[in-house]
Design a protein around this ligand. Structure first.
Ligand SMILES: NC(=O)c1ccc[n+]([C@@H]2O[C@H](COP(=O)([O-])OP(=O)(O)OC[C@H]3O[C@@H](n4cnc5c(N)ncnc54)[C@H](O)[C@@H]3O)[C@@H](O)[C@H]2O)c1
Ligand SMILES: O=P(O)(O)OC[C@H](O)CO
Length: 341
């Protein structure tokens, strides 16, 4: 069923663009809000995003716009694809316009000062809005190129999930629903950190055994943390947990992986981020996650190891030595101790 009113996508980057196209291909009128008028004009004229997803044609039903207030007034359903560092500052000034809207966060990050997930910020800014998240193994370019892809919409609001499924489900994009918003969103944010480590390992020529060990121990570590925070560990066995972890830790198309790869080649963190020129949420997530894990007493050796290399002046060899010599542990320890059986 076609939505009566246009659908908003907030953010002019790669994922916002990919999702705007999917919605338009499904017959919906889309307003894609971006802050840069030159970018909007370039899309209007050339039907291509000049900076992100080069070579992808933008559907005629996607209208690039720069007036946020007008966009929020015109649309009931809004997908938010802003970097985590910008989401609050962009939306807070328009809080009263958000009441009653369906707000779906596509952003995979954690706010630095508060440790809040993006949907928690939306909830705080707009307590009268209906909130959901969309997360899964969804590399923007592959979504835009119509690779067969699945994702998860998560919300306590079943009708919101159904509406998102209805507008986004398509020939190449399958949308599963979940009521575990917290678990789905946390999975999407945490996996970025491990993708940096995976990219680094590949640049250093480490083998397939290493890659498998990294991904599996990353899953154990992020699930252990999630359980401590009250999430359901079963969610981490789904698309938004292990699914997203696999794709982001395996693909050179992932920006977080690319940052790790550049670090493995010997670039400084600053140079690696500059060379990327796009958002790699894992760098900020690493900082806040390390502090939080320490505060709540959760054992996260991979997070601590990467943090030591990037921010505490340790060498990679020192960290590898520490990790490999750490006392032997149990393999799957995070479900049996959680209370979820
Ligand atoms: N790219 C992907 O494959 C992908 C997939 C799923 C989820 N995500 C998530 O989507 C979010 C956005 O990522 P992206 O890939 O679209 O990023 P991107 O780097 O491609 O683009 C970021 C966009 O945000 C805009 N922006 C930055 N600061 C802003 C501000 N203060 N106000 C308004 N706009 C601002 C930039 O101009 C740019 O258009 C991230 O949290 C990311 O984790 C990305
Ligand atoms: O390019 P990344 O590393 O931000 O990852 C993109 C998506 O989150 C993959 O699902």
């Amino acid at each position: 069923m076609t939505e009566q009113r246009p659908i908003a996508v907030l953010g002019g980057g790669s994922f916002g663009t990919a999702v705007a196209n999917l919605l338009a291909e499904n017959g919906h009128a889309v307003r894609q809000w971006m802050r840069d008028p030159e970018q909007a004009e370039a899309i209007r004229v050339h039907r291509e995003n000049p900076r992100y997803l080069k070579g992808i044609k933008i559907h005629p039903a996607v209208e690039p716009v720069t007036d946020l207030l007008e966009t929020l007034t015109a649309c009931d359903l809004c997908f938010v694809a802003l970097p985590s560092s910008a989401l609050r500052s962009v939306l807070a000034p328009h809080a009263e316009r958000l009441a009653g809207k369906l707000l779906v966060s596509l952003t995979k990050g954690i706010e630095a000062q508060t440790f809040k997930l993006m949907s928690e910020i939306l909830e705080e800014i707009a307590p009268q809005a209906r909130i959901g998240v969309l997360s899964g193994p969804n590399l923007a370019r592959e979504v835009a190129e119509h690779a067969l892809t699945a994702t998860v919409v998560a919300s306590e609001d079943e009708e919101l999930c159904e509406r998102v499924q209805a507008v986004l489900h398509g020939r190449t994009f399958r949308v599963y629903a979940s009521s575990d918003r917290f678990g789905v969103e946390l999975g999407g944010a945490l996996k970025n950190v491990y993708a940096i480590i995976a990219g680094m390992a590949v640049a250093l020529g480490m083998g397939e055994n290493t890659k498998s060990m990294l991904i599996t121990r990353a899953l154990a570590e992020m699930t252990r943390f999630a359980v401590n925070q009250g999430a359901n560990p079963m969610t981490f066995l789904g698309l938004a947990g292990v699914g997203d972890l696999i794709v982001t830790c395996s693909s050179p198309k992932s920006r977080n992986y690319q940052v790790g790869f550049a670090l493995g080649q010997g670039l400084s963190l600053e140079d690696a981020v500059t060379r990327l020129g796009e958002v790699a949420e894992g760098v900020n997530t690493l900082k806040v996650l390390k502090a939080k894990a320490q505060e709540v007493g959760v054992y996260m050796p991979l997070v601590a190891g990467l943090h030591a290399i990037l921010f505490e002046g340790r060498t990679l060899n020192q960290v590898i030595e520490l990790l490999m010599r750490a006392e032997p542990k149990t393999d799957v320890d995070f479900i049996s101790t959680s209370g979820f059986n």
